[in-house]
Design a protein around this ligand. Structure first.
Ligand code: SAH
Length: 340
C-alpha cells in the first residue's frame, strides 16, 4: 500500500485528481501536522476519509522508550514502526534552537568498527514519510518546536539516497514543516558517487563526513567503506562538493585511544585537508559495549585540536550530550533488542 506521507504535494494532487482542487492541500497540511488517523482530518467529507484509509497507509510510530537526560535535557526516543522494527531519534536543546538527530535506516550495512548501529547489519531502509515522522512526532511528543535536523542517527543516509532526498523535499516544503536547508546536516561515512550526486543537486544543507582517520591503513581498519573509496578519493569528492555548493564541509573525527589521536596523525590530517574549507568536529569516542576501542584521554583530544587550530583549521570538541541515557547512535535499540 502507498505510504501517503511519502508523497509530495504535487503527487498528492495527482492521487486526488477526482476531488476539488483544494483537497490535496488540506490533506497535506493534516499529514504534516502529525495526525495519527484519517479520522482526525475533520474538515474532509467522511467518504473521502474512508477512501483514503482504504487506499493508503498512514504511518505514525509509537513511543517504545523515552529517556530524558538529567544532565542537559536531551531526550531520546525509541520508536516502533508499523512493521514492528525500531529506530531512535534524539532531541537536543541548543542555544540556537532544538535539533533532532534522526535515523535513516533500521540498522546499517556499513560495518564501522566503533558503531553500535551496524551490529546486526541492515534490516531495511526508512521511507521518506518515516523519516518525516521522526521529526513530526518528536516535536509533538516533546512540545518543543524543531528548528534543526541532523541525519546522524542509525543508518547511512547516502545508502538510502532517493528516500533521503525526498524526505528533504518534504520537510523543507513551505506547506509542511518548512525547515530551511541551511538548518539541515547530513552525515555520511563516505559513499563517493552519492556525494558527487548530492553536489550536483546544489542543496544548501551541511555535508558532514565521518573521516575518523587521514590515512588508508587506519581508516580501512575501522571503516570498511574506505576499502572501496579511499581517503584521497573521498577528499577529492569533498572538494568537488565544495566547488559546486560553496558549502564548507564538516568532518567528524571520533578520537580513539592510540589509534588516531597522535600529533603525527593531526599533522597528516592538516596536510590532507589543505585548501579545503573545513570544520573538524572531534568527538570523544563513545564506549560501545561490544567494541574493544577506547576513547582518547582529554589531553590528547586538546593537543590534537590545538595542532589543527594553529594552522587555521576550525576545530571544535563536541560536547557530549545525553551521556547518561545512551544517546549515541544505535545504543538504545541494541539494549532493547538484547532485553527482549
Ligand atoms: N552513517 C552516517 C551517519 C550516522 S553516524 C555516518 O557514518 O556519518 C553519526 C556519527 O557518529 C558518525 O560520524 C559516526 O562515525 C559516529 N559514531 C558512531 N559510533 C560512534 C561512537 N561509538 N563514538 C563516537 N562517534 C561514533
Amino acid at each position: 500500500m502507498t505510504e501517503i506521507k511519502s508523497l509530495t504535494l504535487s503527487e498528492l494532487k495527482t492521487a486526488l485528481s477526482g476531488q476539488p482542487g483544494f483537497r490535496a492541500g488540506q490533506v497535506y497540511t493534516w499529514l504534516h501536522r502529525g495526525v495519527r488517523s484519517f479520522e482526525e482530518m475533520t474538515d474532509l467529507p467522511k467518504a473521502l476519509r474512508q477512501s483514503l484509509a482504504d487506499g493508503f497507509l498512514l504511518t505514525a510510530p509509537q513511543v517504545l522508550r523515552r529517556q530524558e537526560s538529567k544532565l542537559d535535557g536531551t531526550v531520546k526516543y525509541l520508536w516502533q514502526l508499523h512493521d514492528g522494527n525500531c529506530v531512535e531519534t534524539v532531541l537536543m536543546k541548543y542555544h540556537h534552537g532544538n535539533t533532532v538527530c534522526i535515523s535513516s535506516e533500521v540498522g546499517c550495512p556499513m560495518g564501522c568498527a566503533f558503531c553500535a548501529s551496524t551490529i546486526g547489519g541492515l534490516v531495511r531502509r526508512l521511507s521518506p514519510g518515516e523519516m518525516l515522522d521522526e521529526v513530526l512526532f518528536t516535536q509533538l511528543d516533546s512540545g518543543q518546536p524543531i528548528s534543526n535536523i541532523v541525519l546522524m542517527g542509525i543508518g547511512e543516509p547516502l545508502d538510502n539516497y532517493d528516500n533521503v532526498c525526498r524526505f528533504l523535499e518534504l520537510v523543507n516544503s513551505g506547506e509542511g514543516m518548512n525547515v530551511g536547508m541551511r538548518h539541515i546536516s547530513l552525515s555520511t561515512c563516505g559513499i563517493v558517487p552519492r556525494i558527487l550526486e548530492l553536489a550536483e543537486s546544489r542543496l544548501q544543507l551541511t555535508l558532514s563526513v565521518s573521516l575518523h582517520a587521514p590515512d588508508d591503513e587506519t581508516r580501512s581498519r575501522i571503516m570498511p567503506v574506505n576499502r572501496r573509496w579511499p581517503v584521497d578519493e573521498l577528499l577529492e569528492a569533498c572538494r568537488v562538493y565544495y566547488a559546486k555548493t560553496n558549502r564548507r564541509i564538516s568532518f567528524e573525527y571520533a578520537m580513539i585511544r592510540e589509534l588516531n589521536d597522535s600529533p603525527e596523525t593531526a599533522r597528516l590530517l592538516l596536510k590532507k585537508l589543505k585548501g579545503l574549507p573545513a570544520h573538524v568536529n572531534l568527538i570523544p569516542l563513545n564506549n560501545v559495549a561490544e567494541s574493544p576501542l577506547k576513547p582518547s584521554d582529554r589531553a590528547s583530544v586538546l593537543r590534537f585540536q590545538r595542532i589543527l587550530e594553529e594552522q587555521g583549521v576550525a576545530c571544535t570538541v563536541r560536547r557530549t550530550l545525553g551521556s547518561d541515557i545512551d544517546a549515541s547512535c544505535g545504543q538504545l535499540r541494541r539494549k532493547y533488542q538484547n532485553t527482549r
